[in-house]
Write a protein that binds this ligand. Structure first.
Ligand SMILES: *Cc1c(COP(=O)(O)O)cnc(C)c1O
Length: 233
């Protein structure tokens, strides 16, 4: 089913209202929470509708899709890469993305830095944390985070601006809350350590099914696809 302008507008309004409520419940300011509209699998037509509805920040998880969509929407959106990035594809997107949420290895950090230096950029990144230590997930293990961030902070073309996590799919709010709480603790502890060249600004966690809990536990970036664009085909 393809989405109409008014369907996207209504969905977006509903998400924004839920963000406002969740922010208020946790004593936070709604305007400090960024909603990244996850446009993966969505067509150029849908992106245009999203723009008309007020979307200004989009998240994609595949390099190929960024390459297809970016030329027509370069100026309209801020582009975030939210999915696992293969080292050999960094060179194609290093001039296009505004934030990479999914830094998950030192090899990838080296390559992002190398390609960024070539074009005179410093790429802001979030470190993806595998906080529940799931085998199936990308991300840095909690015990390795300090060492990892220290190593990345020495690279000239990349700047760590926060953390990201993808919670396991679960209907169990207690479990999800625990996961987000743990992320927030790591975030605060790194902020207190104030590593040189590292800004702990963004905590990206929460998707359509769990973003309210994420906000209540401290997320200031959420990534919402289905809630705005409907079920992906
Ligand atoms: C697809 C995706 C999302 C959005 O998921 P929804 O459940 O559709 O909101 C968020 N983050 C990442 C990393 C994704 O790949």
């Amino acid at each position: 089913m393809s989405m109409t302008q008014s369907m996207i507008q209504e969905n977006l309004d509903r998400i924004n209202n839920r963000v406002i409520d969740a922010a208020h419940r946790s004593g936070r300011t709604p305007s400090e929470i960024l909603v990244v509209a996850v446009t993966k699998t969505q067509s150029a037509e849908t992106l245009e509708l999203a723009y008309n509805a007020g979307v200004r920040v989009v998240g994609e998880n595949r390099v190929q899709e960024v390459l297809e969509k970016w030329p027509n929407f370069e100026q309209k959106f801020e582009w975030h890469l939210i999915g696992h990035l293969q080292t050999n594809k960094v060179k194609y997107i290093v001039d296009k993305v505004d934030l990479i949420h999914s830094l998950d290895s030192l090899r990838l950090a080296d390559e992002i830095s190398k390609q960024a230096v070539k074009i005179g950029r410093i790429i802001p990144v979030l470190v993806q944390i595998n906080v529940d230590e799931e085998d199936s997930k990308f991300g840095i293990k909690v015990e390795d985070v300090d060492k990892f961030i220290n190593a990345v902070s020495a690279l000239p073309g990349i700047k760590v601006c926060g953390l990201m996590n993808i919670a396991p799919f679960s209907e169990n709010d207690v479990f999800l809350r625990k996961t987000f709480k743990k992320m927030k603790e790591i975030f605060e502890s790194l902020k207190n350590k104030a590593y040189n060249g590292v800004d702990m600004t963004y905590l990206s966690m929460g998707m359509t099914h769990d973003f309210e809990i994420a906000i209540e536990e401290g997320a200031n970036v959420i990534r919402v696809g289905t809630g705005i664009f409907g079920t992906r085909s």
